[in-house]
Ligand binder design. Structure first.
Ligand code: PLP
Length: 414
């Protein structure tokens, strides 16, 4: 039945994927939410065969279940991957993939523009003996210069948080291909509807389902997707026990067994269900969000109390041309600096519709003063390197009516 989905538009695939890919019982349009932790096999040989990887099946829901498989199938199909693993949160997905694939003495090249908690995890990895170079990924030459004989992978975010830098996505993909490096791309800000990860040669996609996929601020989740472009035979970090598998499965299976199973950051069936319902409207929400973001960016840009606006859709943005090349739309994150004479806390306290909250990718528009909150812990020096000023406010644009949003900013800035 999944053939019906081939060549269909993104919205069509979103709303029909669950029933066509997962064939739920009794004509249901959603896969059932099954909470069983254990699975009973009257013939014990069947359970033994599952344990030994001879047949597919479920042994224990920390590593798989039909409900989790259903969401993984849908995400693989939408992102154009050969397989996916879901996790309890975006951070569980990212950190599990790192720890399952890298070991002491390996070298990782990381973007200097990454989400605060991902940046915080750099210190943890260094404590375990993983070498990390942090570079400006808006310039592929910086990445090329950081390559060492023990480099295993390059990690970037598509549009970075909060200053919206756009990585040199395709040149870095080509560089990774040339050097046999794993190319890990966090596409939380740009899900498949607006970004074709394979066109930039990404090996693994990773990130948060909590954000645009789920969309409604009521569930956490994360994912790792194998695009199928990377040749795992070249990857020095595959453990011997996984080398006997077909090459295409080795990476994801190592993340599943050494990461998801052993570390245990699994998604619950209820969360998988909530995410799959939320994602049915992913494309509709992205259209409205991106359109609102563009209009609000232009409004803020023209306001005398706003010093700078950071949004890749604006022609003045340093990577606007790249963003136009890689993304169908420019995303829902925009940040701005107020002029020095305006106190950012006083301004935020006047917002009536916009929520003062940490999170992004929600149906509602959210604002947060980044230097004082999500980027506080990393200190002034790192903030300066990331281009974060003390007066910067990050917005995650929602799907409200744009006139209402602009009116709220107008009255708060007045
Ligand atoms: N990656 C990016 C780019 C993010 O912005 C976030 C959260 O904001 C995460 C990963 C982590 O996702 P989660 O909150 O689901 O753990």
């Amino acid at each position: 039945m999944s053939d019906i989905l081939k060549q269909k538009g993104f919205n069509t695939r979103l709303v029909h994927a669950d029933r066509l890919l997962n064939d739920p019982q009794d004509g249901a349009v959603h896969q059932a939410t099954n909470n069983s932790v254990l699975f009973n096999y009257p013939d014990i040989q069947d359970l033994v065969d599952i344990f030994q990887g001879k047949v597919a099946g479920h042994a224990y829901s920390r590593q798989s279940s039909a409900s989790i498989d259903a969401l993984q199938n849908m995400i693989s199909q939408l992102e154009g991957g050969v397989g996916s693993l879901t996790f309890a949160s975006g951070m569980a997905a990212i950190t599990t993939a790192f720890l399952a694939l890298l070991q002491q003495g390996d070298h990782l090249i990381m973007s200097q523009f990454v989400f605060g908690n991902t940046s915080s995890f750099i210190g943890t990895m260094r404590r375990y003996g993983i070498e990390i170079s942090v570079v400006d990924v808006t310039d592929v030459n910086e990445v090329a210069q950081a390559i060492r004989p023990n480099t295993r992978a390059v990690y970037v975010e598509t549009i970075a948080n909060p200053v919206t830098q756009v990585a040199d996505l395709l040149p870095i993909g080509e560089l990774c291909e040339q050097h046999g490096l794993l190319y890990m791309v966090d596409n939380t800000m740009t899900p498949a509807y607006i970004f074709d990860a394979k066109s930039v040669k990404a090996s693994l996609l990773m990130g948060s389902l909590t954000k645009y996929y789920a969309g409604h601020g009521q569930v956490l989740g994360g994912v790792v997707v194998d695009t199928g472009l990377f040749d795992w035979a070249q990857y020095a970090g595959i453990q011997d026990s996984f080398r006997s598998l077909p090459v295409a499965m080795q990476g994801l299976m190592q993340i599943k067994k050494k990461g998801l199973r052993d570390m245990g950051g699994c998604l619950t069936s209820e969360s998988a269900h909530a995410i799959s319902i939320g994602m049915e409207t992913l494309a509709l929400r992205m259209d409205k969000t991106c359109d609102n973001a563009m209009q609000l960016a232009k409004y803020l840009q023209s306001h005398p109390k706003v010093a700078n606006v950071y949004y890749p859709g604006l022609e003045e943005h340093p990577q606007h041309a790249k963003a136009a090349q890689y993304f169908a739309q420019f995303g829902g994150i925009l940040s701005f600096d107020l002029v020095d004479s305006v106190d950012c806390f006083a301004f935020m306290n006047k917002l009536q519709l916009v929520l003062n909250a940490t999170h992004l990718g929600d149906t509602r528009t959210l604002a947060i003063p980044v230097a004082h909150t999500i980027y506080f812990e990393m200190g002034e020096k790192v903030r300066a390197e990331m281009g974060i000023s003390d007066n910067m406010i990050r917005l995650s644009i929602g799907i409200e009516d744009i006139a209402d949003l602009i009116a709220d900013f107008e009255q708060a800035l007045a």
